[in-house]
Write a protein that binds this ligand. Structure first.
Ligand SMILES: Nc1ncnc2c1ncn2[C@@H]1O[C@H](COP(=O)(O)OP(=O)(O)OP(=O)(O)O)[C@@H](O)[C@H]1O
Ligand SMILES: [Mg+2]
Length: 343
């Protein structure tokens, strides 16, 4: 009898979660931000520890060409995807597409959403059909000549499909055709892919985090990024260098002191954008608020950085009382519940 009772209390085997990621390796490339988008192993370990603390089994998968084979030989119940992919405008879609092909459920948005969101101009064009205001822009590249008609200086030039402020620095804002041509040359010489020229929006900067889906979706209050000093020409931007040394350059506040109406408008707008792009489980959206109170969409990150003590998404969640481990588990739970998996 006793033996049977014991047997009936044996817990079911823990689910196994595979974390899939691209790691920063020794710098390659001719600019210091060449690997800006990739993760450090500390971030991977932080996610692993959060999952392991909840009693889940965890396997780690760094992305390389052997990934399909390794996924086929190591069973996982679900993937926790933070992989940026390998190259090209559609790189963030590579892992979700592979996981879909292999029938492995995964956290976060699908390949179509990740593909669109990584292309800033495409996202702006799509969101304009939902009446989302964003700065005037034009796209150009090695084979596409910039057409600045209808645009006013100052203009910011940034890569059209990068993140982590890669390619964004003090010299990114230009104020004349001469400066534009000079910066254009520099950008096309040092960064791959098309470039986006956008009217610079003078004003305050906010980022909004979203967690979950449908009825369970939670929109965190906007976190303001306040700049201690201006960059060349009295502009204030959250550039690559500012992000690297954020403690000396910016302060974060959440809730910020914007008026309640604007705060609600920004949160509601974030919800609409998330839905319009078909985002899942989590995302972070960047805005500028102009002096005349207009909210401008800058860009969305459906795979926001999860570096503890550094990335904006865990930081803004923490302001709302959600610890790093709870945040990671909530993202996993959102994905699992969407896929009908009981954790
Ligand atoms: N049109 C604009 N007007 C004013 N500032 C801008 C504009 N576009 C970008 N910036 C500044 O540059 C920063 C980085 O731009 P953006 O968010 O597009 O880059 P990113 O590399 O995708 O960022 P992330 O690290 O969030 O992925 C913004 O946070 C903002 O400070
Ligand atoms: Mg951004």
């Amino acid at each position: 009898m006793e033996e049977r009772a014991e047997e009936s209390h044996i817990p079911p085997p823990a689910l196994v979660i595979g974390i899939i990621y691209n790691l920063k390796h020794d710098s390659s490339g001719d600019t210091p931000d060449a690997q800006a988008e990739y993760d450090s192993i500390d971030t991977v370990y932080a996610i692993r520890d959060a999952l392991a603390c909840a009693g889940l089994g965890v396997l780690l998968f760094e992305v390389d060409s052997t990934l399909p084979e390794r996924l086929a030989h190591n069973h996982i119940d679900m993937a926790f995807n933070i992989a940026e992919g390998t190259s090209g405008r559609g790189r963030e879609a590579q892992i979700p597409a592979l996981l879909n092909m292999l029938g492995i459920p995964f956290t976060g948005s699908d390949e179509t959403t990740l593909c669109i969101a990584l292309d800033k101009a495409l996202t702006k064009r799509l969101l304009s059909t939902y009446d989302v205001r964003s700065p005037k822009y034009t796209v150009f590249g090695l084979h596409i000549k910039p057409d600045l008609s209808g645009m006013k200086y100052p203009i910011i030039i940034k890569p059209n499909a990068e993140g982590s402020s890669k390619g964004i620095s003090d010299i990114s804002i230009v104020n004349s055709d001469e400066e534009f041509d000079q910066q254009l040359k520099y950008m096309l010489g040092h960064y791959k892919g098309d470039m986006l020229a956008e009217e610079y929006i003078e004003g305050r900067e906010f980022t909004v985090g979203i967690l979950g889906n449908g009825q369970d979706m939670r929109v965190f209050p906007p976190m303001e990024i306040s700049f201690h000093k201006s960059t060349r020409g009295n502009y204030r931007i959250y550039s690559y260098n500012v992000k690297q040394d954020y403690k000396n350059h910016v302060s974060y506040s959440c809730p910020s002191d914007i008026d309640k109406n604007t705060e609600n408008e920004m949160m509601e707008l974030s919800r609409r954008i998330y839905k319009a792009l078909g985002c899942r489980d989590f995302s972070r959206i960047d805005f500028r608020l102009s002096a005349d109170g207009k909210i401008y969409f800058i860009e969305i990150n459906p795979l926001p950085g999860l570096a503890p003590g550094y990335s904006d998404y865990p930081m803004l969640a923490e302001f709302s009382g959600v610890s790093y481990n709870d945040l990671v588990l909530s993202v996993l739970r959102a994905g699992a519940s969407r896929c009908g998996i009981t954790l």
